[in-house]
Design a protein around this ligand. Structure first.
Ligand SMILES: [Zn+2]
Length: 232
């Protein structure tokens, strides 16, 4: 069990019956992220605002523009919604070679990590800074943002385990496998057969695993300064 469903604000768009159990799983993970982050925010005297979840297939209109299954899961700060295309979950398993429920949980927790960054003002700061930078520098800043979202996914896993005892043997390896599979170097190798570090926007497999693991090992939301000098 992953915890209660009662907090999930889920808006499902035309999912097939076959996707229902996956949709249920995604909703439960989101509800768990809400419990964990509400507590963490409360501990520092802040109030957590829950993101909404939009499950879609095909195309979807967000405040950040039109998106399709090809864009992968994303978070839109404009409407504070996490968009998950259910076909991505199958893709994670089949094309990226990262099977397992917890791999999907990691992806959701990563997107919720962006929501946390939005609430903390980090996302807005980075977006402003990016506009004044050459592309290569802007990409480096984006990598730090992405690695911090991976760190927050690890923070979620740490606290969710203590609250709900959700993990089965091999789950952390599944999450690390997913973090590794969506590393820029891995994706570039798969799509174009070579690695172009200047075009990285999410970090290497090793970096992504490292920051997820740092969150998982420490459980300390303050230990995720990926923006510090030499941090990544
Ligand atoms: Zn991201």
């Amino acid at each position: 069990m992953l915890g209660g469903l009662e907090n999930a604000q889920t808006q499902t768009v035309e999912t097939s019956a076959a996707e229902d159990s996956l949709a249920m799983f995604v909703s439960v993970v989101l509800a768990d992220t809400e419990e964990v982050w509400a507590q963490i925010f409360e501990n520092s005297g802040q109030t957590y605002r829950q993101p909404k979840l939009v499950l879609f297939s095909g195309q979807v209109q967000s405040a950040c523009g039109m998106a399709s299954a090809a864009s992968g899961p994303f978070y839109c700060p404009g409407d504070e919604k996490v968009y998950i295309d259910l076909s991505f979950c199958n893709e994670l398993k089949n094309r990226l070679g990262a099977p397992g429920d917890f791999a999907i949980a990691y992806v959701i927790a990563h997107e919720v990590g962006h929501h946390v960054q939005n609430l903390l003002g980090v996302l807005g700061d980075v977006q402003q800074q990016r506009q004044r930078m050459p592309e290569v520098e802007a990409n480096k800043l984006t990598v730090k943002l992405e690695l911090q979202a991976d760190f927050y996914a690890g923070i979620w896993a740490y606290h969710a385990q203590r609250k709900f005892d959700i993990l089965e043997p091999g789950d952390i390896e599944e999450a690390l496998g997913a973090a590794s599979a969506v590393g820029d170097d891995h994706l570039q190798m798969q799509s174009q057969g070579r690695v172009v570090p200047d075009a990285f926007t999410h970090g290497t497999s090793a970096q992504r695993m490292k920051w997820f693991k740092k969150g998982w090992d420490t459980g300390d939301p303050g230990a995720g300064d990926t923006f510090g000098r030499g941090a990544v």
